[in-house]
Design a protein around this ligand. Structure first.
Ligand SMILES: *[C@@H]1O[C@H](CO)[C@@H](O)[C@H](O)[C@H]1NC(C)=O
Length: 252
């Protein structure tokens, strides 16, 4: 156990890597959680572009390895939060299908039940806000008041979306398109409620980029990978440990 304070700017990891037997696929992440105890790891699990069929449990590898992520976080000062992936089709997916996915995650046994939900392909337009309000209210009702909610429009949404989530991914895209101005800061859109997910970066992490994320902007969380868009979340970034070290050093 640790009383180390978590740094304000953490990591959001779309962990679309299969855990495999003995959690071999997640071993680098488990190791990073232990070696970077001051970083909050917000980890998105996604067994089947969602939780799988209605009322199903994940396979035994997911069961064991989510439990391992959780126990690793608990042993390191509580620096792990696990979210279940739910697609929302930019507002086009039916409300009932989204609610079914939320309920399926909530039905997972306690040892591997997520701490909240990551809504992918979130809408940006205010016309869909009421749908997302019902999604996030359902998460709070089912997972409890301490549950955690992330919306991923991948672009800056209407400000109404900021009031219904803990974190909004307001940039998901190419490294060449990212700059400090990708994250607009205002009282309705505070930096610490925003995240940036950046792919197609340089093989070697650029300290200036990390400093922009943590110091210039102060995002709540980020992910930075050199892998190209199509496989960005199915691999560990080549320079993963440098990125984590830079997140820590730029917040010293
Ligand atoms: C790092 O990024 C900064 C700002 O974009 C740029 O000026 C610099 O050349 C980059 N450094 C390397 C080694 O690529």
């Amino acid at each position: 156990m640790s009383s180390l304070a978590l740094l304000p700017s953490g990591v959001i990891f779309p962990l679309y890597i299969y855990p495999s037997d003995n959690c071999a696929g997640w071993a680098p992440l488990v190791s990073s959680i232990s070696t970077h105890r001051t970083l909050q790891f917000t980890i998105i699990v996604d067994p089947a572009s969602g939780p799988g069929s209605a009322d199903s449990q994940p396979d035994t590898n997911y069961q064991a390895c989510i439990a391992q992520l959780r126990s690793t976080g608990a042993a390191n000062g509580d620096n792990v939060r696990i979210l279940g992936y739910v697609a929302t089709g930019h507002g086009s997916r039916t409300v009932s299908a989204v609610l079914t996915d939320i309920g399926t995650y909530n039905g997972w046994s306690a040892a591997y039940r997520p701490d909240g939900i990551f809504f992918d392909e979130a809408a940006t337009d205010p016309s869909f806000l009421s749908n997302y309000q019902s999604f996030t209210t359902t998460v709070r009702n089912e997972f409890g008041p301490n549950s955690y909610i992330v919306l991923n429009p991948g672009a800056v949404p209407d400000t109404g979306y900021f009031s219904i989530a803990h974190l909004v991914v307001s940039f998901e895209g190419f490294y060449s398109d990212f700059s400090a101005s990708s994250i607009p800061i205002s009282s309705a859109t505070p930096a610490n409620k925003q995240a940036a997910i950046i792919h197609d970066g340089p093989t070697n992490v650029n300290l200036t980029t990390v400093r922009t994320l943590t110091r210039t902007v102060g995002v709540g969380a980020s992910f930075l990978t050199d892998f190209p868009n199509a496989v960005a979340y199915e691999n560990y970034p080549t320079d993963w440990t440098t990125y984590l070290n830079d997140l820590v050093s730029t917040q010293a």
